[in-house]
Every structure is written in structure tokens, then in C-alpha cells.
Design a protein around this ligand. Structure first.
Ligand code: B12
Ligand code: SF4
Length: 500
């Protein structure tokens, strides 16, 4: 039998989450093909493990899941090596990086196919077609090369997670003990990473979800989510949940139903949402989700500037005023808003770009004033190829270009780009980046994240006092003393990169 190896390249140094991407892909071929998973997060030398499988001669297909950033450090060299040493093995990449950057991926010569978006239908269909040597052009969500041409097949409807095969948690447990995937976080001692919906109904022009899902969203029913959680709770002891959906709270009805189901289980949970969507939730719904254990919600606040919000295409309904109002409103319900901001968006002139950064910093401080518990996450704008959006047009006009060669993504600059820390965009200069980063350091010092459970109260106090000297006077340049303390005491964690 032709076996399928699914590889999750290393994406975290600790607190490994269930590798939902490859697990869901595995579910799609369960019973059709023999499969195995290699999780780069759980192996000290994943190459050794992959090679053990390849040396058996039974593996015909290898699937990589690849998001931008550190996963590329294993994905690119391993894929290249497999082509050299095992050229008969067919290599298929999926995930956000593969879908959005399919040109350099397929031009590399070592990746044979890209699954563009959900693989639930496309992956088994591709494998069957390759086995039977039949035509590929009718398979949706697929990208491949024919000579010099890229063939991009039609986008399929989103899979219905109520009818797709159940995730094979038990089989994953035979490769890597599932227990070790349930890590200690701010939410609980055994935190489950769960993905309950596909896509997002919005079209923010900076977001990588948009080109893939094209404003579509489909969620699993509240009852099915609850049944899964109960099963994992009973079998492996999960006592907290991180919902990894792009937008968990799209449907108030579904959220309320889920909250009612989980209310008596004493489980803390977290998810991602839109401010404008949730500001429409009734008070009683917010109270219910709080009572049901929802402790913190991640929101894309982005900026307080209404014009920039419009340019970002935040659905046309989010405003600076609303961002502040909602932060204040959530306080009543004892739910911590985790607001992410995108600083450094394109501007007509360097003065305008700097002015926007200053305004955003002032706005963030305003948010902290109305609700000091708000957790702030700062990203520097890194373009995504959202073709047709005004912002992407402006980006291209500025002279910005993505790398043409896959291996260029391994350079430090592009890794920083992926981590949204230093995006190489022509309209930002070093002074602007420094200002953003220095402000972030001072802010994190003055308001250390509650999600860092290793920090002791005494350490928080000292950090706050030291950073307050700068925060209250808006002096951000060269915050070396705060950095030193963060490094010395706690090696400050960044939840946006490492997860909670
Ligand atoms: C969990 C997660 C993480 C975790 C990883 C945990 C772990 N594995 O240990 C952590 C917190 C470490 C993380 C970090 C980062 N992440 Co992340 N992460 C996610 C998140 C929330 C869930 C991924 C997931 O499990 N999805 C569930 C599965 C079922 O969906 P899926 O991955 O889309 O898989 C389907 C298809 O894509 C396809 N598919 C995927 N892989 C494969 C493989 C094959 C072979 C096939 C056939 C098909 C296929 O089929 C699947 C089933 O239909 C996504 C957002 C999201 N909701 O997807 C962001 C996301 C992927 N991350 C993102 C980013 C940018 C990052 C970072 C690089 C930077 C940052 N500052 O956030 C960092 C650094 C990553 C690193 N260290 O490598 C972005 C990618 C955006 C982009 N520009 O492309 C996303 C989309 C979040 C966002 N909206 O911005 N991340
Ligand atoms: S609401 Fe969030 S996930 Fe949806 S398009 Fe906007 S940024 Fe992306």
C-alpha cells in the first residue's frame, strides 16, 4: 500500500498544540490510505524520524503543513533533501504559506502540488487521481505546474465540519501521547487547542485569511464542539480550551448555545473575534459566555483612525469610538479583551507614516485608560498578497516585492517579516520601527501580560514601577533597562508568536 506521511514542521519551542492542520488532513484519508504523522514539535531530530519512514520504501506521498515563519526552517530544507534522496516521493504542501505563496513554492522544483485552502476534499481526491493516473484539472483547491504555467483549479465550497470525518485523536495518541499536547496556560493546566470553523466572513485587506477563504465562514455546531470537548476531557483530562478559529464568535446563536452547554463544566476558554460583531451581542449573551468560562477574547482592533480602518476594509463598521466603548463594556463582564494593533500601514509620505504611528500609540494608551486589563498585541504591518485590495495596490506601487525564490524566505529579514516584527516595507524607516518596538517594550513592562503565568507579583510590581517612569512621560527611546530586566527575569514571552 502506498503510505502517506504527514509532517508538521516545528512551530513552537514549548507548549506544543495538537497539530490540528495535519490531523484534519489525516482524517480526510482515514480508511483510504495508510498514514502516519511526524510532528516537528515533538521530535528533537524530525529529519531522522522522517528518514526512518522513507527508508522503508513504503511512503509514496509526503504532505507538509506550512505557515509563514519558523516552520519554513524545516519545511524548505527537508523538502529539498527528500527530492534529492527520494525523488519518487511526491511532495504536497498545504497551509497558509503554501496557499498564499504558491509561486516560489512550486518554482522550487521540489514541491509537486499545493493544496489551496482546505484539504478535506482536495487531498484524498489528489491522491486517488495520482494513484489512478487520472486527470487533475477537475480537482478543486489545487495548484500545480504544467510546464511554465501555474494551474490553479476552482475553489471548492467550504467543507461542512459537521459531516467531515472526526479527527483521529486516538491514532495521533499512538504516535505522540495526546496528554503532552494539553499544556499549562493562563486558562488551565491542560489546555486543548480546538478549531471549530473555517474561514471568516470579512475581507480585511491586510489579512492572509482573505485570499484563501474569500469572505466565507462555516462553523461546526455547538453540540458537536461540546461533544468533542467532553470526549477529550474524559479521556485525556482537558480542563481549558483555546479556540484556534480565525473568528470563533461570528454567530451569536452558536456562541450562546455553546456557552449554555459548557457552563457547568468549569472550563476556561479563549477565542478570536471582531469588535463590531461582538459589540452587537446582547448584554445577556456576554454575561452568559463570561459565566460559561470565557476569560479572554482576542480582537483585531488594528488602529483608532477611522480612515485607516476604512482602508483596511474592516467591514466598514468598526470605528475608533467603538473600540474604546467596547473595551469599557467588556470590563463589566469580567472578560479580558486582547486587542491587536497593526502599526506601520502604508502612507503617502514618511511624515504621515510617523504621524500615524504616534496617533496609534496615543490611542493604545487611551484604550489602557478605559480598561487597563486590556491586553495589547502590537504587529508591524506585513503585506499579504490580497490581490485587488486597495492596500495591496498601494503596497505594490511602493516597490515592495515578495521573494521570488523559496529559499530566500529563510533569510533573517524575511523571517522577521513573517513574524510581523520588521516587515521591510519601503515606507517605514528604522526610526519608525524603533519607535514601535520601543513603545512595545515600555508598554509590556508597564502592563505585563496576565498570560505569562511564570511572572511573580513582586516581579510585576518592580517592572511596572520601572517602566512607569517612561510610560507616563511618553519617553520610549532606548528602553534597555526594561529589556534587561525582562531578559534576566522571565525571558519575556510574546503570546502572539508563541501562543499563551
Ligand atoms: C495554531 C496556530 C499557531 C500556533 C502553532 C501551534 C503549534 N502547532 O504548535 C502558534 C501560536 C505557535 C502560531 C504561531 C504563528 N503563527 Co499561527 N496560527 C495558528 C492558527 C491559530 C491555527 C492553525 C490551525 O491549527 N488551523 C486548523 C487547521 C484545521 O486549519 P488549516 O491549518 O487551515 O488546515 C487546513 C488547510 O489549510 C489545509 N492544509 C493545511 N496544511 C496542510 C497540509 C497538507 C499536506 C494538506 C494536503 C492540506 C493542508 O487543509 C487543512 C484542513 O482543511 C492559525 C489560524 C487558523 N485559524 O488557522 C494561525 C496562522 C496560521 N498563523 C499565522 C502566523 C502569521 C503565525 C506566525 C508566523 C506569526 C504571528 N505573529 O502570528 C507565528 C509563528 C509561527 C511559527 N513559530 O512557526 C497566520 C498566517 C498568516 C499568513 N500571513 O499566512 C495565521 C493564519 C493567523 C492569522 N490569521 O494571521 N500559530
Ligand atoms: S476579521 Fe480577522 S480573520 Fe477576518 S478578515 Fe479581518 S483580520 Fe482576517
Amino acid at each position: 500500500m502506498n503510505k502517506v506521511l504527514l509532517f508538521n514542521p516545528r512551530s513552537a519551542n514549548n507548549k506544543f498544540r495538537i497539530p490540528n492542520s495535519v490531523l484534519q488532513v489525516a482524517a480526510s484519508i482515514e480508511g483510504l490510505f495508510e498514514w502516519c504523522i511526524v510532528d516537528g514539535n515533538r521530535e528533537t531530530d524530525p529529519w531522522k524520524k522522517i528518514e526512518q519512514y522513507l527508508q522503508t520504501g513504503t511512503v509514496s506521498y509526503i504532505g507538509f503543513t506550512v505557515m509563514p515563519g519558523p516552520q519554513l526552517k524545516q519545511a524548505i530544507p527537508y523538502s529539498k533533501k527528500i527530492k534529492e534522496l527520494y525523488p519518487a516521493v511526491i511532495q504536497i504542501w498545504g497551509g497558509y504559506f503554501a496557499s498564499n505563496q504558491y509561486k516560489p513554492v512550486l518554482d522550487s522544483g521540489y514541491v509537486d502540488y499545493v493544496i489551496n485552502g482546505p484539504g478535506d476534499v482536495a487531498f484524498p481526491a489528489l491522491l486517488k487521481a495520482l494513484e489512478n493516473k487520472t486527470d487533475l484539472s477537475g480537482i478543486g483547491n489545487l495548484i500545480y505546474k504544467q510546464g511554465d504555467r501555474f494551474i490553479k483549479t476552482k475553489k471548492l465550497d467550504l467543507p461542512d465540519l459537521n459531516t467531515t470525518p472526526a479527527l483521529p485523536y486516538h491514532k495521533l495518541d499512538t504516535f505522540y501521547s495526546l496528554d503532552k499536547y494539553l499544556g499549562k496556560t493562563y486558562l488551565g493546566t491542560k489546555t486543548l487547542a480546538y478549531h471549530s470553523s473555517f474561514g471568516c466572513p470579512f475581507t480585511c485587506s491586510f489579512c492572509a485569511v482573505v485570499p484563501i477563504y474569500e469572505a466565507r465562514w462555516k462553523g461546526k455546531s455547538a453540540q458537536m464542539i461540546y461533544d468533542d470537548v467532553q470526549m477529550i476531557r474524559k479521556k485525556w483530562g482537558a480542563n481549558a480550551i483555546e479556540f484556534h478559529d480565525n473568528n470563533f464568535f461570528v454567530s451569536e446563536k452558536r456562541t450562546v448555545e455553546f456557552a449554555k452547554l459548557i457552563k457547568d463544566d468549569k472550563i476556561n476558554w479563549w477565542g478570536e473575534a471582531r469588535i463590531d460583531t461582538m459589540h452587537k451581542y446582547k448584554d445577556e449573551s456576554l454575561q452568559l459566555i463570561s459565566d460559561a468560562g470565557c476569560r479572554m477574547i482576542f480582537f483585531g482592533a488594528e488602529t483608532g483612525n477611522d480612515e485607516v480602518l476604512k482602508k483596511m476594509d474592516k467591514g466598514g463598521t468598526q470605528t475608533g469610538k467603538q473600540i474604546l466603548e467596547f473595551a469599557e463594556r467588556l470590563r463589566k463582564f469580567n472578560i479580558i479583551p486582547e486587542y491587536s494593533f497593526v502599526l506601520g500601514t502604508p502612507a503617502e509620505s514618511p511624515e504621515k507614516a510617523m504621524q500615524q504611528i504616534d496617533e496609534d500609540i496615543a490611542f493604545i494608551k487611551q484604550v489602557k485608560k478605559v480598561n487597563p486589563d486590556t491586553e495589547i498585541v502590537i504587529y508591524v504591518y506585513s503585506p499579504v498578497p490580497t490581490e485587488g485590495s486597495d492596500m495591496y495596490e498601494q503596497v505594490l506601487k511602493s516597490g515592495f516585492k515578495f521573494p521570488v525564490h523559496l529559499e530566500d524566505w529563510l533569510n533573517n529579514e524575511w523571517e522577521n517579516f513573517d513574524l510581523r516584527k520588521n516587515p521591510l516595507t519601503p515606507w517605514l524607516n528604522a526610526k519608525m520601527i524603533d519607535k514601535i518596538k520601543n513603545f512595545e517594550t515600555v508598554l509590556n513592562g508597564y502592563y505585563p501580560t496576565v498570560s505569562d503565568i511564570r511572572m511573580r507579583p513582586f516581579q510585576r510590581k518592580v517592572m511596572k514601577a520601572l517602566s512607569g517612569l517612561r510610560y507616563n512621560r511618553s519617553i520610549y527611546a532606548f528602553p534597555y533597562e526594561i529589556k534587561a530586566l525582562q531578559k534576566f527575569w522571565i525571558r519575556y514571552r510574546q503570546p502572539e508568536i508563541q501562543g499563551f
